[in-house]
Design a protein around this ligand. Structure first.
Ligand SMILES: Nc1ncnc2c1ncn2[C@@H]1O[C@H](COP(=O)(O)OP(=O)(O)OP(=O)(O)O)[C@@H](O)[C@H]1O
Length: 245
């Protein structure tokens, strides 16, 4: 894997005359997990797509740059909110899709090992229509983890999972993506409290940062500091932009 750069987004976005978010500053540290929370519709997915260089329909005024000055989009693995699985491919086919689209021979052994770690081995040759929502989400996660990219953008990657699987997948993603620059969009303050080296809250008033406990990630769910931070995030989300870090 190439060295993971930090990513900065500075700017505002709007649709015609409607401001989506005012000027914000999002500093995503190199090689760490940054979490982005905020109410539905505040622009979190738009921010991920802007960083990935994908179309958003929004007018963005500002700049998005990597700390090494090199272009960002071709170094990004992006897991969208919808799983975007190919209905005619089985689990293994979907997990190795990226390599085949690039005309490369997929690493079947690595794909099988990953699929096994994600608990999908019994479903290896099933198509997406034969899988549950949570299983489909794990296939999409596996496909993203197969892309050995230094910058990883995850849009609610664990949202369809049961509590136990969710915690397992958080651990696995943290381990697999060690050293990558990760931006995780989540609605779950507990998830941000476990995984976030930095935690940002976005709403129509702008961006705020909440400073997580100094303990390393992945933080234990039952650690009093993790729980206190989780509660603080929930309070902040409920209070909206009146809250100050
Ligand atoms: N082409 C468009 N024209 C006008 N508004 C749009 C357009 N595309 C998206 N929007 C609006 O932009 C807003 C931001 O969408 P975005 O998907 O970034 O939000 P989000 O914070 O990720 O929401 P969620 O948490 O529900 O996924 C939404 O209110 C959406 O309705």
């Amino acid at each position: 894997m190439k060295i993971a750069p930090g990513v900065d987004l500075l700017g505002s976005a709007s649709f015609d005359e409607t401001v989506l978010f005012p000027p914000v500053s999002l500093e995503i540290d190199a090689g760490g997990w940054s979490c982005l929370l905020g109410p539905s519709g505040c622009g979190k997915t738009t921010i991920l797509r802007l960083i990935a260089g994908l179309d958003t329909g929004a007018a963005f005024e500002g700049r998005i740059s990597a700390s090494d000055g090199a272009p960002i989009p071709d170094r990004v693995a992006y897991m969208a909110q919808t799983d975007l699985l190919m209905p005619w491919l089985d689990v293994l086919g979907n997990v190795t899709l990226g390599a085949r689209l690039r005309g490369e021979a997929p690493d079947q052994d690595a794909a099988r090992a990953l699929v096994t770690r994600l608990g999908l081995e019994p479903h290896l040759h099933k198509r997406p229509s034969q899988l549950s929502g949570g299983q489909r989400q794990r296939v999409a996660l596996a496909r993203t983890l197969m892309e050995d990219r230094p910058i990883v953008l995850l849009d609610e990657p664990f949202s369809a999972l049961d509590a136990r699987t969710r915690a397992d997948m958080q651990d696995l993603a943290a381990e697999t993506l060690s050293g990558r620059t990760v931006l995780l969009v989540t609605h779950d303050p507990g998830e941000a409290a476990r995984l976030g080296d930095r935690v940002f809250l976005l709403d129509e008033g702008g961006m705020m940062e909440a400073v997580p406990p100094a303990t390393p990630t992945v933080r234990p769910v039952d650690d009093p500091n993790t729980l206190a931070f989780q509660a603080r995030l929930l309070t902040a989300l409920r209070e909206g932009h009146q809250w100050k870090a």
